[in-house]
Design a protein around this ligand. Structure first.
Ligand code: RFL
Ligand code: PHB
Length: 390
């Protein structure tokens, strides 16, 4: 088989890239290691920046999002002992946010790929990129015990943090920067009506978050130690701990019910640079991870794909400028989101070794945010997402 672009990974980044390229007449194939059912069972992100909403709409997959997604003005911060604070992106950044689950976006992308006859090969084993520094790179993989080969002009590594793409870049070329946090998030999905707005809660017992997927589907998280076992968190214990971290008036409004999914994610910041090696281009979690505080991971995957699709389409129209600038352009946005997610994580979480000074400095920062319109504008500009570069 021969295609213009071979895409490794059928998560949101890979499927969206495939969709945008196909609509622009650039033929491509997606190789996904897991089954489609497995990909669709992953519960992850839920909050979209407006720039991401517009990219999804222009890729032709905005219809259900516009019907079922929840447009809102921003996110609340509840801080025990202090007044409620609201990150008002509509007021200070001129843009609302959209609550719409990553699972739904992935479903919409699969449906759109099927409708256009897009090629998504799932359960592809041992996917390996070759000849990345030559003119004729290719991908090999195994399916049903047989080895297959796909020749391409370019390869897009959209295979997430544990994928193969980043690992084939020589250590002499790839520079990685990492920060691990001494805690994770325990998340629960339940078929209960959510709070009207998304709320981050800062509490002496640890951080908590109330989020939403649709009018009868809620997503909640609590900060937990890294050695937490899901078996040690039956639903009753989870709900009691969650409510203990919210101010009583909000805790009273949280509707509890049986969990339908429960998972733990450790928090990490990670950036790999450059995001290009010869004819291989990285996009999404394959190149970077941010802690989920700030809801930037999926949005970064979408902005990488926006830049990469524009660059590849321009290449086939005779202009290589964007392709040459892809890594630098994407990394500027990545570092902006990495800094913001790190800062918001520091502000809102309880660190095991924190001192009274750390705590008082955080309280002072929140008080400053609450008082200063300049500070709120800066926070909202970053939460809502910086504009894409031309
Ligand atoms: P994905 O989603 O990991 O998809 C990569 C795909 O590649 C496949 N793969 C391979 N395929 C072929 N060969 C190989 N060798 C392969 N290795 C892997 C995998 O099976 C998979 O299907 O990466 P992608 O597409 O870059 O998308 C990134 C997002 O998934 C991620 O950034 C977000 O989920 C992060 N995130 C959030 N982002 C937001 O913007 N807003 C949020 O509200 C938000 N909340 C979250 C989050 C992530 C979380 N977790 C679990 C880490 C909340 C949580 C709890
Ligand atoms: C979610 O809805 O899963 C979510 C919302 C906000 C975040 C992270 C995750 O910052």
């Amino acid at each position: 088989m021969r295609v213009q672009v071979g895409i490794i990974g059928g998560g949101p980044a890979g499927l969206l890239l495939s969709q945008i390229l196909h609509r622009a007449g650039v033929d491509n194939v997606v190789l996904e290691a897991r089954s489609r059912a497995y990909v669709l069972s992953r519960i992850r992100a839920g909050v979209l920046e407006w720039g991401s909403v517009e990219v999804l709409r222009s890729a032709g997959i905005g219809e259900r999002m516009d019907r079922e997604g929840h447009v809102h003005d921003g996110t609340g911060i509840a801080w025990s002992g202090r007044g409620r604070f609201f990150i008002d992106t509509r007021k200070y950044a001129g843009k609302p946010m959209m609550a719409y689950g990553q699972t739904n976006i992935t479903e919409d992308l699969f449906a759109a790929r099927d409708a256009m006859g897009g090629l998504v090969i799932d359960e592809a084993e041992d996917v390996t990129p070759h000849e990345l520094n030559g003119e004729r790179p290719y991908l090999s993989y195994r399916k049903h015990g047989e080895t297959q080969r796909i020749d391409c002009d370019f390869i897009a590594g959209c295979d997430g943090f544990h994928g193969v793409s980043r690992s084939v870049i020589p250590a002499s070329v790839l520079h990685t920067v990492e920060k691990l946090y001494p805690f994770g998030w325990l998340g629960v999905l339940s078929e209960t009506p959510p709070l009207e707005e998304i709320v981050y809660a800062r509490h002496a017992r640890g951080f908590a978050l109330a989020s939403q997927r649709n009018p009868m589907l809620s997503r909640y998280y609590i900060q937990c130690p890294l050695d937490t076992q899901i078996e040690d968190w039956p639903d009753d214990k989870f709900w009691a701990e969650l409510k203990a971290r919210f101010p009583p008036e909000l805790a009273d409004r949280i509707v509890t019910g049986p969990s339908i999914e429960k998972s733990i994610a450790p928090l990490r910041s990670f950036v790999a640079e450059p995001m290009r090696y010869g004819r291989l281009f990285l996009a999404g979690d394959a190149a970077h991870i941010v802690p989920p505080t700030g809801a930037k991971g999926l949005n970064l995957a979408i902005s990488d794909v926006f830049y990469l699709s524009r660059a590849l389409i321009a290449h086939y129209r005779g202009n290589d400028g964007y392709l040459e600038r892809y890594s630098d352009m994407a990394l500027r946005r990545v570092w902006g989101a990495a800094r913001f997610s790190w800062w918001l994580t520091l502000l809102l979480h309880r660190f095991p070794d924190q001192t009274e000074f750390d705590e008082r400095a955080r309280e002072s920062e929140l008080d400053y945010l609450a008082r200063s319109e300049h500070a709120q504008r800066s926070l909202c500009e970053q939460y809502a997402g910086l504009p894409f570069e031309d």
